[in-house]
Ligand binder design. Structure first.
Ligand SMILES: C[S@@+](CC[C@H](N)C(=O)[O-])C[C@H]1O[C@@H](n2cnc3c(N)ncnc32)[C@H](O)[C@@H]1O
Length: 305
């Protein structure tokens, strides 16, 4: 394999990086040693909370190889030295995290939760909001990925306004992944993305391009104006939000954390909820075995009493 030696970027430490040609990029054979895998796993575990056991080495290798190719590194060691050990690697750390988080999501994913929110939780939440004289209900999509979850929340809450005319709500949508937050803030999705959304709701809330051939659809202003996208690392012990929440959706996020981190996070969620507020977790993320005073009220739905 022909590798062309190039000048080492000022920011790099260690051996000289080698720039690769498009041909060599296609069949890059850089391999991740167990030692390097441990460096990655320690960094991701400590900063993001996601556990990466050795069994995930092939997956990590595949995902990071794309970053190596993109930046022109021919071995993991040089890449990791730059990213993890130099201040200049800070920007690339975001890409490393992006590459290793799982962002799979969907509109109306695990739809029973949206039914539960509107039919079972909302009547009481709205009554309590009015009683306490609060301006709006506060919902939080914690680990919102590319925005499908908060937009689904915005759709169902907008729909609920026909039943509760005085209903006002605000949705905070947070994630650690910059690329996901950008997609969410833009609010533009493909026809394929929006397939799970019932046709009547698509017509009501989504904007189509004037170009009939375009496969892209934009979330309409009624949905967008309710949502604020913001970066937030759930591992940050000191995260503080400006207000308490009525409902927190943290679904398919904690599955990647160990029990200790889950327990700490659930305690923080509990503090962040109004009394009577709800926590929704993913269908495979029961809080069994976690010390919490939240009470289960439906499958994967917990309440602060
Ligand atoms: C599988 S997606 C789930 C998206 C959505 N909640 C759903 O259920 O469809 C998990 C998301 O959690 C985010 N995430 C993982 N660790 C995080 C952390 N420490 N802080 C904030 N977000 C995190 C990832 O970036 C990813 O977008």
């Amino acid at each position: 394999m022909m590798l062309k030696q190039v000048t080492r970027p000022m920011t790099m430490q260690g051996g000289a990086a080698k720039k690769m040609t498009p041909e060599t990029l296609a069949d890059s054979s850089a391999t991740l040693s167990e030692r390097e895998m441990k460096r990655v796993a320690d960094f991701i575990g400590n900063t993001v909370g996601i556990q990466l056991p050795l069994s995930k080495k092939t997956l990590v290798e595949g995902r990071l190889r794309r970053r190596l190719r993109r930046l022109g590194y021919d071995c993991f060691k040089n890449y990791l030295d730059f990213v993890l050990d130099t201040p200049q690697g800070e920007g690339e750390r975001l890409h490393l995290v992006d590459a290793l988080t799982t962002n799979k999501t969907d509109f109306f994913r695990e739809p029973e939760h949206f039914d539960y929110l509107v039919k079972a939780a909302l009547p009481e939440l709205e009554r309590e909001r009015i009683r306490a004289g609060r301006q709006d209900l506060k919902l939080w999509s914690a680990g919102c990925s590319s925005g499908e979850e908060p937009y689904t929340l915005s759709i169902v809450m907008n729909e609920a306004m026909s039943v509760y005319p005085g209903l006002r709500f605000h949705i905070l949508a947070t994630d650690i992944s910059h690329s996901c937050l950008q997609i969410g803030s833009r609010g533009i999705y493909t026809e394929k993305n929006i397939e799970p959304v019932p046709m009547a709701l698509r017509k009501k809330y989504f904007l189509r391009s004037k170009d009939r051939k375009s496969e892209l659809v934009q979330m309409g202003p009624d949905l967008r104006q309710r949502i604020q996208f913001q970066e937030l690392n759930l591992m940050d012990e000191n995260f503080s939000l400006p207000h308490l929440m009525d409902a927190i959706f943290c679904r398919n996020v904690m599955i990647y954390f160990n029990n200790e981190i889950r327990e700490q996070l659930v305690a923080r969620f509990e503090r962040q909820l109004h009394s009577g507020g709800y926590l929704f977790v993913g269908h495979s993320e029961s809080l069994n075995g976690i010390k919490t005073s939240l009470q289960q009220v439906a499958p994967m739905v917990y309440r602060k009493v």
